[in-house]
Design a protein around this ligand. Structure first.
Ligand code: PHE
Length: 452
């Protein structure tokens, strides 16, 4: 994206481009495994409540701040209040932590897409394919490298028109295919128990961890608390209605996450009989379960290939927006050319990405605070940094620049801000209190003081 502002052609273009950043591996890969692990229906319920409160308020605030200042994150906070420039920097660190491991998973997806295209569907459906790939070979490093380079090529050659155009075709195709596969999954024998597990909240599965996981997932999935939506907002024209755009993005993002869960969680039930270990298996879930679903479908090899190509493209649009953000920060702050900034970011991706790629094999014995590398980076960004950035953003909007400055931006051109009251309550009270409670309890439990 260039530095000219007002780049999006209008509301639909903006919603789709923002959804292009928001919809990615977070929805298709991360959401289903968290939902499976943290109790199914109860996770879903908590997630939905947080989306229409936290998610709505923070995304609205970020987009409005971007549009009001016309600047990306560091500049935007600085312009509003010099003392809060650090918030912009803090938010910028998050994409730097996420991008390397995001590219590792992007690499896995690329491997699967290529495997399906080259007729390896049966092979991928064997239970050991995934573990042989990630635990017994150094191949993930090659795929990581490939994915990083592909992302960098797009970022380097500019994505002015690209992001918007690609998203317009890709997003609807992905939605249709995800719905199609999830409906198919429902007809697998034994899948109905899984559907019930997924949509019926069972309060005995509730814990603080459910809320923490759902909150981290929300930030990650909606690309909030990391400055990205501030940047996107700065490209937005003044006559676009922010509130209804946010609604559109939320609907897209949550809808795709919901259907991805419906595509994967009941399938795990069907193939494992609801075994807790299978449900809690984490990052590998999509890569182990879906190939089996495809294997059981007529024409599954073709559908599987199409699916992984779409996931690959969705991951690519998200990694582009992550890399673009970091490259423009390096460019602005260090003064490097675009090309050199890109090289720096590629180096960063490999440096931090290789440990994540090898974390479940050659380097499996190295643990940070008990986590493997990939899980560690995921935890630090989603469960620690993003909540902290979100908390300070709420306090900043609620008590420093005051909600009115955001509200004025939204109500510009006499647009009515329908959920204004909700916005103020969430930003000033609900979100800060919840985030503090959750952070404190997760730190206490991390230190072994309480057991949640
Ligand atoms: N929201 C993206 C996803 O769900 C991940 C992402 C985060 C993309 C931040 C860009 C910026 O996969």
């Amino acid at each position: 994206m260039s530095n000219k502002r007002g780049n999006f052609s209008g509301k639909v273009g903006f919603i789709l481009a923002a959804a292009g950043s928001a919809v990615g591996l977070g929805n298709l890969w991360r959401f289903p495994y968290l939902a499976a692990k943290y109790g199914g229906g109860i996770f879903l319920l908590v997630y939905l409540i947080l989306t229409v409160t936290f998610g709505f308020a923070l995304m609205t605030a970020e987009i409005a701040i971007g549009r009001k200042t016309g600047l990306s994150t560091v500049g935007a906070f600085k312009k509003l209040d010099k003392r809060f420039a650090f918030l912009g920097y803090m938010g910028s660190v998050v994409p730097m932590i996420i991008l390397p491991y995001y590219c590792v998973i992007g690499g896995w997806v690329t491997k699967y897409a290529v495997t399906f295209i080259t007729g390896g569907a049966d092979n991928a459906a064997t239970g050991s394919f995934f573990s042989a790939f990630t635990e017994k070979s150094t191949e993930p490093v090659i795929w990581l490298f490939l994915f990083v380079i592909l992302t960098a090529v797009v970022v380097l050659f500019g994505v002015d028109k690209g992001i918007e155009k690609v998203s317009k075709i890709l997003m609807p195709a992905l939605v249709l295919l995800t719905i199609f596969i999830s409906v198919y999954t429902l007809f697998l024998p034994g899948a109905m128990d899984g559907v019930l597990y997924y949509i019926t909240p069972d309060f005995s599965h509730f814990s603080v961890k459910t809320v923490l996981a759902a909150m981290g997932q929300l930030f990650y999935s909606m690309s909030i608390s990391m400055g990205i939506m501030v940047t996107y907002g700065s490209y937005l024209k003044k006559d676009v209605n922010i509130e209804s755009s946010v609604k559109g993005i939320e609907l897209f993002d949550t809808g795709i996450a919901f259907f991805s869960g419906l595509m994967i969680v009941p399938a795990v039930f069907a193939f494992s009989g609801g075994d807790q270990a299978a449900l809690g298996q984490g990052p590998g879930l999509m890569f182990v379960t879906l190939p089996k679903v495809f294997d059981s479908m007529p024409g599954g090899a073709f559908i599987g290939a199409t699916f992984f190509i779409l996931v690959f493209l969705a991951a690519l649009t998200s990694s582009i927006s992550l890399m673009e953000t970091i490259v423009s920060i390096v460019q602005d702050k260090v003064g490097f050319s675009r090309k050199n900034s890109c090289l720096v970011v590629i180096a960063l991706c490999l440096l931090l990405g290789i440990p994540s790629a090898l974390g479940s094999n050659a380097w499996a014995s190295i643990k940070i605070l008990g986590f493997q590398f990939l899980d560690f980076f995921d935890f630090i960004s989603n469960s620690v940094l993003m909540p902290v950035v979100a908390l300070i953003t709420c306090l900043f909007v609620g008590y420093v620049i005051k909600p009115k400055s955001v509200i004025d931006e939204i109500e510009m051109n006499s647009v009515r801000f329908r959920r204004k009251k909700l916005f103020v309550i969430v930003i000033k009270y609900f979100a800060p209190i919840c985030i503090v409670l959750i952070l404190v309890s997760s730190i206490l439990s991390g230190l072994g003081f309480i057991n949640i």
